[in-house]
Write a protein that binds this ligand. Structure first.
Ligand code: GLV
Ligand code: MG
Length: 347
C-alpha cells in the first residue's frame, strides 16, 4: 500500500500531475463505435453530438483480422472530430492480448491529448490498474500529454468482483467501472446466454394459496448484487459506476428496466451499443421531472440543509436534503446540455 503522500505523485518524470477529484461530467450514454467500419467512422461526428461519451471499441466484437483497422480507425476519428463537451474514450484489448501494447502506445502517441478515458477490460485486481497506470505515465511523459488519461475498469470476472474495492482505490487515475454482464456470467459459471438483463428462471415463487390456485412467479434482477457492490466501491472512492451492455436490441422495454434499476441504485450511465438505446439511456439517466421538482422544494424549504420540515405530509431532514441535492445537482448537469429538460426542470 502506498503512503498517502506518494499516492498523488506522477509515476514518470514529465507525466502530468494526477487529479485529486474526478471532473464533473454528464455520462449517461457511453456509445460504442466499431471504428474498423468506414460507414461508422463517417457517422462519428454526428453521433458524438447526440451522446455524452463516444467510445471507440477495439476489444470484443471486433474481429481478429480487423484489430489493427479498428485501432487506426479510432485514431482517425479522434483526430478528425471536434468532440466539444462529449467525452472521448476507447476500450482497448485485454492486458494479456497481442494487441494491448500497440493499442496503448499508438493511441497515446497519436491522440493522447484528446483521449479522456481508457477502458480496460477483464480487470482482476489492483495489480492490473497499477500496470496500466505506470504505462500511461511513461507514454504521457514521452508524448508531452498535458492532462492525465483516466482509467475505467470493466467489472467482468469473478475475481474482479471479489477485488472491486481494491480496484477502485488502485490509482488517482481511476474514473469508474462498468458492469460487464456477458464476460462476468461466463467467468462465474452463470447459466445464461444473454448479454445483461434478466432471466426467466431467476426469481421467487409466491407462497402457496388455496389448493390448486396458481402461484405467481416474480422474476428478480440477476445483477442486483454486483451493481450494488460496484456502486459502493465506486461511490465510496469518489468514482462513477455504470451498467454495461444490453444485448437484446429488440427489447427496448427490458433494456429500459435494466438501465433504470442501475440508475436508481446509483449508476451514472450505461453503454449504448445500438442507436435505439441512446434515447433510452438519456431518458433513464436524466432524473424524472417530478422527482426534480419535489427535490427542489426540499432544498428551498431547508436553505441551510438542517432541521426538519413536512412537505406534502412527508418528513424531510438533513438526510433527505442530501438525497434531494444529488437529484438537483444531476438535473442541473443535464440542463446544462439539454434545453428541453432544463425547461421541464424549471432551470
Ligand atoms: C462486456 O464487456 C461484457 O462482457 O458484458
Ligand atoms: Mg466483456
Amino acid at each position: 500500500m502506498k503512503t498517502p503522500s506518494d499516492f498523488f505523485k506522477p509515476l514518470a518524470i514529465g507525466a502530468p500531475e494526477p487529479i485529486h477529484e474526478l471532473p464533473v461530467a454528464l455520462e449517461r450514454t457511453i456509445h460504442f463505435l466499431p471504428p474498423h467500419i468506414e460507414k461508422m467512422r463517417a457517422k462519428a461526428g454526428q453521433i458524438a453530438k447526440n451522446v455524452d461519451v463516444l467510445l471507440g471499441n477495439l476489444e470484443d466484437a471486433i474481429p481478429v483480422e480487423a484489430k489493427e483497422a479498428a485501432r487506426s480507425g479510432f485514431i482517425e476519428v479522434a483526430k478528425a472530430v471536434d468532440f466539444g463537451q462529449t467525452g472521448l474514450w476507447t476500450r482497448v484489448n485485454a492486458l494479456n492480448s497481442p494487441w494491448f501494447l500497440d493499442d496503448m502506445t499508438e493511441i497515446v502517441a497519436e491522440v493522447g491529448d484528446k483521449l479522456d478515458v481508457v477502458m480496460i477490460p477483464k480487470v482482476e485486481g489492483p495489480w492490473d490498474i497499477h500496470f496500466v497506470d505506470q504505462l500511461l505515465a511513461l507514454l504521457e511523459a514521452r508524448h508531452g500529454v498535458r492532462k492525465p488519461i483516466l482509467i475505467h475498469a470493466i467489472l467482468e470476472t469473478a475475481q474482479g468482483v471479489k477485488n472491486v474495492n481494491e480496484i477502485a482505490q488502485a490509482s488517482p487515475r481511476m474514473h469508474g467501472m462498468s458492469l460487464g454482464p456477458a464476460d462476468l456470467a461466463a467467468s462465474r459459471g452463470m447459466k445464461t446466454t444473454r448479454v445483461g438483463g434478466g432471466h426467466p428462471f431467476y426469481g421467487v415463487l409466491a407462497d402457496p394459496g388455496e389448493e390448486n390456485e396458481a402461484r405467481d412467479f416474480y422474476q428478480q434482477d440477476l445483477w442486483h448484487y454486483t451493481v450494488a457492490r460496484m456502486v459502493d466501491a465506486c461511490l465510496s472512492n469518489g468514482l462513477r459506476a455504470f451498467y454495461g451492455p444490453f444485448g437484446d436490441f429488440q427489447d427496448g422495454a427490458a433494456c429500459e428496466a435494466q438501465f433504470r434499476n442501475a440508475f436508481i441504485q446509483g449508476c451514472a450511465g450505461a453503454w449504448t451499443l445500438h442507436p435505439s438505446q441512446i434515447e433510452i439511456a438519456k431518458r433513464v439517466f436524466s432524473p424524472e421531472v417530478d422527482e426534480v421538482l419535489f427535490a427542489k422544494r426540499i432544498l428551498e424549504a431547508m436553505p441551510d440543509g438542517t432541521g426538519a420540515v413536512m412537505i406534502d405530509g412527508k418528513m424531510q431532514d438533513d438526510a433527505t436534503w442530501k438525497q434531494a441535492k444529488v437529484i438537483v445537482d444531476l438535473a442541473k448537469l443535464v440542463a446544462s446540455k439539454d434545453p428541453d429538460r432544463a425547461a421541464a426542470y424549471g432551470f
